[in-house]
Design a protein around this ligand. Sequence first.
Ligand SMILES: *Cc1c(COP(=O)(O)O)cnc(C)c1O
Length: 394
Amino acid sequence: MAYFAGNSLGLMPRTVRAMLEVELNSWQEHAVEGHFRGLNPWMHYHHFCTDALARITGALKEEVVCTNSLTTNLHLMMVSFFRPKDQRNIILMEAGAFPSDQYAVETQLRFHGLDPAQSLVELKPKGEGRTITNGQIRDAIQQYGHRIALILLPGVQYQTGQVFDMAEITRWGHDVGATVGFDLAHAVGNINLQLHDWGPDFAVWCSYKYLNSGPGGPGGLFVHQRHAQNPELPRFAGWWGHDEASRFEMEPGFRPMKGAAGWQLSNAPVLGMAAHRASLDIFDRAGTAHLQERAHALSGYLRHRLEDIQNRRGAHAIELITPSEPGSYGCQQSFSVGQRGEDLLQYLHQNGALLDFRRPDILRMAPVPLYNQPEEIDLCCDLIDHWLGQNAGR
Ligand SMILES: *Cc1c(COP(=O)(O)O)cnc(C)c1O
């Protein structure tokens, strides 16, 4: 099966089993003492992910931590970085955001006594378009200006595969005095990230998509260095965010770890993190530059094949949803064949290619550099082309 759903759940690295085995053995052998003994003392387990995550996100080590889950982290980040005050109470995001993000934003607004109808601005594509442009985002930021408290956008939009210009958005947002955060669920392990230099206030992600950590794998968060030691920042805290040196003195009085680590809540879910580490090791061995190069080659090739199909069959037969400009897409291409998307999905599945489908009509296909091959793209695109030929004039 040609697997093109790595944007939803990455394939299992072969090394995961052995990685888990180490921790299972440690548990069996050392029980509670495994926190301090064995190959990877659990006490420090989240540290084992930090270096690789910093490389993958283009961040300083103190700016990232593997912890919690994406939606939990989004709430924690909004507690700290969505601080509405008087007229400055708007959250700016894209229309059709991932439901969990919509729910998080909506309930955060209500938590502050704000009405989403007044304080939530959702950017919609213009006219017939399926995507918003960076220019539209810039205009909205200028339009709402000092009324914006937080700009929350994805690095890569999950439905359309569109990559947003995070450096520019951060600059525009900071120019009007807003905080800026990114949801990197579909960006991390997919596109080149330079979070430290781009300078957003925070970012959150999950690790089971392009980072292949397995179902429900642990999330991660980024807090920019400029906030590393700001005692004024309110936050919801837990013991794992407390200063490591005195964590086990079990004293009252929360003193946060410096940087992102200070937003941890609970002790690390070691088994999930062990699987995560296995895949992070693979990213390290492959090297970010090499993976990016291969990702560009694969996604460029897929784009070329889809455009070729569209040129021959017509835009009425297949609509390419993902923008085509260089830099505006990562691994994923989204397209529509109209009402019969689910039929095509099934046809592809029966003939050896697994994609996914988002109602009402979006097919998503994501060749990833770690395990997809150009031959698989050919197989799938030949099938799409053949199916369109058989189903002409829908
Ligand atoms: C996958 C995804 C999530 C999932 O959230 P969890 O808390 O990991 O369940 C949230 N937001 C976006 C944009 C996603 O793509």
